[in-house]
Structures are given as C-alpha cells and as structure tokens.
Design a protein around this ligand. Structure first.
Ligand code: MG
Ligand code: MG
Length: 255
C-alpha cells in the first residue's frame, strides 16, 4: 500500500481523533497510583473514548482485548490491561488509539507511579526528548530516514538501548499504514516526506540492551535483559513548515 497524503478534511478528522487520544492520557495520568490495576486504566480509556463518540483503535485489532496497551517496567509495548496492580516505583507505558470519522490517532506515554528511581526518571525524560528529536526531523523535503536517524543519534549518545524490532508507522484510515518508521536510519535514505503525510513516531528506549522477547500471551514485548523500558509516541502531520502534533495534550483540561 502506498503512503497516503491527507487532504484538509482528513487532517481535521485526525486532529479530532488525536484530541480524544490526548484526553484519554489526561484522564489516566492523575489516576495513576500504587494499588490501581491496569484494568482500572483501561476502563478510564473505554469511558473517555465512548463519551467522546469515538471508537478504540486497539480493541479487537488483530484480536487485542483492551482499549489501551499497558506495559509496566521491563515491558516495552503491547501489554494487555488486566489484574496487575501498580506499585510505588513502577513505570507504566500507556498506549492509546482512537478513531473519529474513520481516522485514527495514536499516542503512547510512559508515566511514573509514585516515587521512581533517578535512573528511571532519566529514562523517561530522555525517551520523551528522543521523540521530540524525531518529530523535529519530520519535515517536508527530508527523507524518512532522517526521523530514525535523529532518534538514534539522540538516544544512542545517552547509552540507552534503542529497540529496533518495533517502530513507528504511517497512520490514517488504518492505524498501521506505510511506511514503517524505524528508530534508527540513514538521513539520506527512505521516501521523501511530503506535506499531508501523517506519521506515528514512537521511540522505545531501554536502560539495558536493545534485545526483546515476546511473552507467552503472544502480545507483551519485554526487554530480554529485564531492564526498564520507556515508550513515547505522537501522531504528527507533515506540513510545509513545523510538523503538527495531532495528539498534543492540552495544558489544562476542563473535567
Ligand atoms: Mg501507539
Ligand atoms: Mg503507533
């Protein structure tokens, strides 16, 4: 499938989908505390997506059973929400997708639960920064490889393992569209980025090595060495100028 260019109406639908995704994050973050289960967070996502008149990108996608992916500590992505109880000092990656008027938004964020170690706090801070390094490279006229190159340059310099087996993707009428966006690359390689392309950029960084494993549930991806992992993702639109972040959270949310 070719990379799709969205027109103004389609970008607008993606802004709405992104707004719902951001709203879910803004409701989940204040609920995070020791004693809360990942199923509790899934309920918040379900209720928020339904109240917004949107639908979930994730529920039923290739059989996935949740509204969010909830990946705790050494879990990188695709954790299934359930009975797991969050504890003080955990980190949790919450990945959310929503559909409005047939278009998807997709954003992941890693949050602290209670008081986390300095090392974990640094992982979160720098993985977020690597996301923004990738976004800054997503400009019309640049090559796709510039995005992964920027993430790799930023994250690699910190000594973190950069997950290579998973990455970002085009997004629009499908959650996963062409192109695949690795978190490493050559800035002079890959398709030419054009205004109207919409991309989910999502670096995953590990405190330890980059190797991954999939658990027996056939969904949850973990670090092979058990080290902590963080995951930050925004859906962005390529424009003639600065990339537009479609899943940006509002500064203040009226409840
Ligand atoms: Mg996602
Ligand atoms: Mg994604």
């Amino acid at each position: 499938m070719a990379i799709t260019i969205k027109n103004a109406r389609e970008i607008n639908a993606m802004r709405e989908a992104g707004r719902v995704v951001a709203l879910v994050h803004s409701r989940i973050e204040p609920a995070l505390a020791p004693g809360v289960t990942t199923a509790d967070l899934d309920e918040i996502a379900r209720d928020t997506i339904r109240a917004a008149g949107a639908t979930s990108s994730f529920l039923g996608h290739q059989g996935f059973p949740g509204y969010i992916c909830a990946s705790v500590n050494d879990e990188i992505v695709h954790g299934i929400p359930g009975k797991r109880v969050l504890r003080d000092g955990d980190i949790i990656s919450v990945d959310v997708g929503a559909i409005v008027d047939g278009f998807h938004g997709d954003s992941a964020w890693t949050y602290p639960v209670g008081h986390i170690s300095d090392e974990a706090a640094r992982l979160l801070r720098e993985t977020e920064a690597s996301l923004y390094a990738g976004i800054a490279a997503a400009r019309a006229g640049a090559r796709l490889g510039a995005i992964g190159h920027a993430v790799e340059q930023y994250g690699g310099a910190l000594g973190f393992g950069i997950v290579r087996g998973y990455g970002g993707h085009g997004i629009g009428r499908q959650m996963w569209e062409e192109p695949h966006i690795p978190n490493h690359g050559n800035p002079n390689r890959g398709v030419l980025l054009r205004s109207g392309m919409t991309l989910a950029i999502e670096p995953m960084l590990n405190i330890g090595g980059e190797e991954t494993q999939v658990l027996e549930d056939e969904w949850t991806v973990v670090t092979a060495d058990g080290s902590l992992s963080a995951h930050f993702e925004h859906t962005v639109a390529i424009t003639e100028g600065e990339p537009e972040i479609l899943t940006q959270r509002l500064v203040a949310v009226v409840q």
